[in-house]
Design a protein around this ligand. Structure first.
Ligand code: UGA
Length: 452
């Protein structure tokens, strides 16, 4: 069975390389010529643990090839996965699905034999049914086109594992399309052998499962971050609170890490797109709670900026050392990154901002070139009046006070991800302000009598 994957970003490149690893012949397709050249040369244009090895292995073996030609893809492939982006529309909340439409329609025009098109991108409910019809209209060549929707649940940083061994597979197909079902059982035979739950359903349910999962995860994070606002006010320890409620199996501890909140190319835009879509359907009130989820999340960024100002007296002219700009560790992705947002806002308020991220600097510099990007923790914290940890890379979690002593101007650190051992830092004479903990030492107590 020959597989094509349209779109070679975080999702598509991973899916293509993993399908080759599972033994299929795969053709990756993208309209971006430069990206295709790089991938064909075995170079991954983004950071994802484990993926460079698969890409090199299968471009070398010939099982994985890349092209910009839809004509080639349509003539060659038996199963075509669509994994292009659906970013937030500029100036609106809805998802921009023009790339999905373009990919499906270009394919339909060029398919010349029996084929199955499988959408993987995250789309507003109703997209699959609309495209399934449009594809038939556009297809004038030989062969029959079948259509399915198979949302992707992979996490950046774990993308290879999540693709090879997902925790579930969800597939929307047309009523009684047993051929599409049989083809996808063959594609995912190794996952089925590993007893991965495989749920066949209709298009709408498949589309909604994806956004429901991301909306739930976003809500869980904002839930604990709302409690952070309370513990910051009354005192208390947000980590212990999360541990304690997390022991209830109905709640669970995962995704209850309080901090500067969620970002990335998925959670923020997916909760907004869902609200936009249900409003279009006339169900305005249904997802209104997600507005609150979004606002709680964005308030965490405000809180870090306010806390920095509270500590330093003023931001203008202050020197700040930022640890982390990626939206999460093990990723170089800075889309809607809380860390980059905070860094940029401190800069805009007049601070000198030195930033270090193990992988995210280059992408951050493209979006916000005016920050001072440096290549190590010591360079980021040198002369800092406050250090702010915003992405929980292992390298930062491993830090000890003695690693920074002697470099910083003030021994003050804001833990924006609740990953430091506060006691250890306080024992070493550091002032630690962690999100979700009450912070009230007087400016005298932290050795700052006059504004910096
Ligand atoms: C998310 C989902 O977890 C995936 O299942 C989904 O496939 C993907 O979106 C997608 O739609 O493509 P991802 O964006 O890679 O995956 O990142 P997550 O691991 O979900 O983290 C999202 C954000 O939440 C990060 O900024 C992270 O720092 C933050 N987060 C996560 C918290 O603030 N607290 C937590 O407890 C967990």
């Amino acid at each position: 069975m020959r597989i094509t994957v349209i779109g070679t970003g975080y999702l598509g490149a991973t899916h293509a390389a993993c399908m080759a690893e599972l033994g299929f012949d795969v053709l990756g397709v993208d309209i971006d010529e430069r990206k295709i050249e790089q991938l064909a040369a075995g170079q991954l244009p983004f950071h994802e643990p484990g993926l460079p090895e698969l890409l090199k292995k299968h471009t070398a073996s010939g099982k994985l090839r890349f092209t910009t030609s839809f004509e080639e893809a349509g003539a060659w492939g038996d199963v075509h996965f669509i994994g292009v982006g659906t970013p937030q529309k500029p100036g609106g909340y809805g998802a921009d699905i023009r790339y999905v439409d373009a990919a499906a329609l270009s394919l339909a025009q060029h398919i010349t034999k029996d084929a199955l098109i499988v959408g993987k991108s995250t789309v507003p409910v109703g997209t699959a049914r609309r495209l399934a019809c449009l594809v038939q209209e556009k297809h004038t060549g030989p062969g029959t086109i079948r259509f399915a929707w198979n949302p992707e649940f992979l996490r950046e940083g774990f993308a290879v594992k999540d693709t090879i061994s997902p925790d579930r597979l969800v597939i929307g197909i047309e009523d009684r399309d047993l051929d599409a079902e049989a083809i996808l059982r063959e594609v995912y035979a190794s996952q089925l052998a590993a007893e991965t739950p495989m749920i066949f359903t209709d298009y709408e349910t498949a589309e909604l499962v994806k956004v429901a999962a991301n909306a739930f995860l976003a809500t869980k994070i904002s839930f604990i971050n709302a409690f952070s606002e309370v513990t910051e006010f009354v005192g208390g320890d947000i980590r212990t609170l999360a541990d304690a409620i997390g022991h209830d199996a109905r709640i669970g501890r995962r995704f209850l890490n309080a901090g500067v909140g969620f970002g990335g190319g998925c959670l923020p835009k997916d909760i907004r797109a869902l609200q936009a879509r249900v409003s279009e359907l006339g169900l305005d009130r249904t997802m209104r709670f997600l507005t609150e989820v979004d606002e709680i999340n964005l308030r965490r960024r405000d809180r870090v900026v306010a806390l920095t100002e509270e500590i330093l007296g003023r931001l203008n002219g202050a020197t700040v050392g930022i640890l982390g700009v990626a939206f999460k560790p093990d990723s170089d992705d800075v889309r809607d990154s809380p860390a980059l947002d905070v860094a940029a806002r401190l800069f805009n308020a007049g601070a000198d901002v030195n930033v270090y991220d193990p992988q995210g600097n280059a992408n951050a510099a493209k979006r916000f070139p005016r920050l001072n990007y440096v290549d190590s923790v010591p360079a980021a914290v040198r002369d800092a009046q406050v250090v702010i940890l915003l992405t929980e890379w292992q390298e930062f979690k491993n830090l000890h006070p003695e690693d920074l002593n002697g470099l910083v101007a003030n021994k003050i650190i804001i833990d924006g991800r609740n990953v430091l051992n506060v006691q250890e830092w306080e024992d070493a004479d550091w002032t630690v302000a962690a999100l979700g903990r009450k912070f009230e030492p007087s400016r005298e107590a932290i050795g700052l009598n006059a504004p910096v």
